[in-house]
Each structure stands twice: as C-alpha cells, then as structure tokens.
Design a protein around this ligand. Structure first.
Ligand SMILES: Nc1ncnc2c1ncn2[C@@H]1O[C@H](COP(=O)(O)OP(=O)(O)O)[C@@H](O)[C@H]1O
Ligand SMILES: [Mg+2]
Length: 272
C-alpha cells in the first residue's frame, strides 16, 4: 500500500526546491490529477513516469502556470507559485522546454540560444542602443555560454543553421539548450528523448548529466525510457490515472508490484 510522498522533507533534511501538495485537476468529468503530492530535490534529477494519459503533462502545465489547479499548493524555492502566470514563474527560475515558436524556426541555432537568455528579450532594443560596457561584457559572456552549450549538445556543425532545418532530435537538443541558457534553476522536461534516435539519446543523457552535475541545474523529467530514468534520476514518482501510486529510487520503483502491473501489457518499449 502506498503511503504518500517518501521524499517529503523529514526534520533536518534540506528543503526540496519544488513542493507540490495535494494538487487536483478535472477536465469536465475526467479527473486528470487526484491529490498529487511530490517534491523535487535541490540539485537532483527527479523522474515522473506513468502510462499515457496518467496526468504527467497536465501536472507540468500546472506547475509551469499554463493551467490552473482546482485545488492544491505549489511552492518553488519557498515561494508559493500556484496562480502565478508562466512568465513570473519563469523569472523565479522555473522553466519547461518549449517547442520552437514560428520565430524560432527562422533563427539560427546560435541566435535561438542567445534569445533565450533571461531578460534579453524585453531589453533588446535598449541594450542595442546603449552600448554600455556592462552590456557589452554581458553579451560577450552570453556568446561564450552559447558556444559552450552548442559544444555540449554536439551542435557545432549546426550553429549557423536555421532551427527550422534541424532534425527532430536536434530540435530537442536545441530546446534543452534554450532552457539552459535561460539561467533556470529547475527545468521541467517532458519526454526529452521521445522519438529520438539512440545516438542522440546518449547525447541528451550526457548533456543532462553535465547540466545537473557541473552547472547544478535541478530537473523534473517525464521520461518513458527506463534506462534513462535509472541512469539520471535520484528519485522517481509513478502516476497512474491521475494519482501517485509509488515513489522511491528507480530500482525500488521498477520492482514495485503495483508499478509492474500497470506496465504489464503496455508496449514493451515503455518498460525497457
Ligand atoms: N486541456 C485538456 N482538456 C481536456 N482533457 C485533457 C486536457 N489535457 C489533458 N486532458 C486529459 O487528461 C488526462 C491526462 O492527460 P496528460 O496529462 O496529457 O497525460 P500524460 O502526459 O500522462 O500522457 C488524459 O485523459 C487527457 O485526455
Ligand atoms: Mg504527456
């Protein structure tokens, strides 16, 4: 029997970066989330798994401020964020990966990365006109950072390619790169390796590890590939029909009988 969030802070333990408490959401008569509680630890990668339709993306939408919960509380870095608009949540350092917008497709990989730097967008014209030394220095630093991210993502040859011409997998890498450029402290990644060929899966895995271990970025990741989950996640939550049914280290969760049951009969690739 599942007894609730085992990663909830115990006395003396460091406070989690993200705390989701008793979040529920219904779409008409469909209860997409039922009293969901989970935590994402500071400096760690936390996993979220579960069959299709179990509510993973809905939870991400709610955390990011794109949907409103019917009930529940969400705290990020000790700030209550439920009810805040996405841009405010983003400014606090919590971002999710985005599909490329129309504009993004007609920018190069390098330009996309530079545009993702937080605070750049609204001040672009002012920044351009007032070439203060500080601004110049920041821009030089951002360029260095973008080159670093390009190297890390293995997109060196594509740096000056229009994003619209990238393969599906390369776009996923660029999506990741944009989140990393933004200075986020917590990234929400919804299926970062879905539909990506095995070589690129490894590139994405390595990039996630570097971003986490070397840059200290915390992550909450929805992922179907259990190899990826086992390799990068410290702690995993399992959603089924909108409710958390299990949580713990990946090895423990994978051997949980209730979890095995819901994955049994599913497409083998999702439990690999
Ligand atoms: N905007 C919406 N309107 C109505 N139903 C939705 C909406 N978003 C998600 N749902 C439903 O909520 C359930 C959970 O969906 P989702 O969060 O996308 O699951 P997952 O990401 O785990 O596959 C599904 O039954 C889905 O059809
Ligand atoms: Mg989904």
């Amino acid at each position: 029997m599942y007894n609730g969030d085992s990663a909830a802070p115990s006395p003396g333990a460091p406070e989690p970066l993200l705390k989701v408490r008793n979040v529920s959401k219904a779409f008409g008569g469909l209860r997409a989330l039922r009293n969901v509680s989970l935590s994402a630890a500071r400096g760690k990668i936390t996993g979220l798994i579960g069959p299709n339709g179990s509510g993973k993306s809905t939870l991400f939408e709610i955390i990011g401020g794109f949907q409103k919960a019917d009930q529940g509380r969400i705290e990020f870095n000790n700030v209550e964020i439920d009810g805040l608009p996405p841009y405010k949540i983003g400014h606090l350092g919590l971002l999710r990966t985005f599909q490329l917008s129309e504009g993004g497709e007609r920018m190069t990989v390098l330009e996309n990365l530079l545009a993702a730097v937080s605070g750049q967008e609204e001040h672009r014209l002012v920044r351009f006109m007032l070439r203060f030394p500080r601004v110049m220095r920041e821009e030089a630093e951002n360029l260095e950072k973008a080159k670093d991210v390009i190297q890390l993502l293995g997109l060196r040859r594509e740096a000056n390619e229009y994003a619209g011409n990238l393969s599906g997998g390369q776009r996923k890498l660029l999506d990741l790169g944009r989140v990393f450029m933004s200075g986020a402290t917590l990234c929400l990644l919804d299926e970062p390796t879905a539909g990506v060929n095995p070589t690129l899966v490894n590139t994405i895995l390595d990039a996630l590890k570097v971003m986490n271990l070397e840059r200290g970025i915390s992550m909450l990741v929805v992922e179907h590939n259990m190899r990826v989950v086992s390799e990068i996640c410290e702690h995993v939550y399992v959603l089924d029909a909108g409710a958390v049914i299990s949580d713990g280290p990946p090895e423990a969760v994978q051997n949980d009988e209730q979890v095995l049951e819901i994955y049994l009969g599913q497409d083998r690739t999702s439990a690999e």
